[in-house]
Design a binder for this molecule. Structure first.
Ligand SMILES: CC(C)(COP(=O)(O)OP(=O)(O)OC[C@H]1O[C@@H](n2cnc3c(N)ncnc32)[C@H](O)[C@@H]1OP(=O)(O)O)[C@@H](O)C(=O)NCCC(=O)NCCS
Length: 150
């Protein structure tokens, strides 16, 4: 298994994972925006030989990172790959002290107990519930991981 930064040739495989793993998946246009038009955005993909089996999509703004999405194909779950993607994401953060990422934040559906458990296992804490955050009216749990001691 290798984890590398995504390039445009990975688009279709990521799009397929996107459609199979999320309640309200990104459209092609939204996913293309993540790839091409948002300069702060990064996507890491996990390859099992030539097949993409997971990805993490995130954005760094000043001293904070935000996870937009993370997904692992069902047959590859519960084997540590999601955690490995988070670990590689942290390794990709800027090394310069002034640019250091201090917090990682994300929103996750309140009903997605597997993902909430996954994030907790990886050092994320619940901060607040964002009411009716999603299009279908579902609440989001806003979570944070602090990387540096203040
Ligand atoms: C969330 C997700 C990325 C985790 O990937 P993963 O490769 O299974 O994660 P890991 O193997 O590193 O971590 C496993 C931990 O996640 C949680 N977890 C993941 N799947 C679970 C399940 N089916 N049941 C219970 N807990 C689960 C548990 O805390 C588990 O720890 P444990 O094995 O000690 O019980 C994956 O389940 C997924 O793609 N889900 C669908 C997309 C999604 O909901 N993404 C998050 C919102 S953006």
């Amino acid at each position: 298994m290798k984890i590398v930064e995504a390039t445009l040739k990975d688009f279709e495989q990521i799009y397929d994972i996107e459609q199979s793993c999320f309640v309200e998946p990104y459209t092609r246009e939204q996913l293309m925006y993540e790839f091409n038009e948002n300069p702060l955005n990064k996507i890491l993909v996990a390859y099992d030989e030539d097949k993409i089996v997971g990805f993490v999509d995130y954005m760094i703004t000043f001293n904070s990172a935000t996870i937009s999405q993370i997904a692992v194909l069902p047959n590859y779950r519960k084997k540590g790959l999601g955690s490995k993607l988070l670990e590689e994401m942290e390794k990709s953060f800027p090394k310069e002290i002034d640019d250091a990422v201090e917090t990682i934040t994300l929103e996750v559906r309140e009903s997605n107990i597997n993902a909430i458990s996954f994030y907790k296992k990886n050092g994320y804490e619940n901060v607040v519930i964002k009411k009716h955050y999603y299009k279908n009216g579902e609440n989001a749990v806003y979570m944070i991981k602090r990387l540096l001691c203040q």
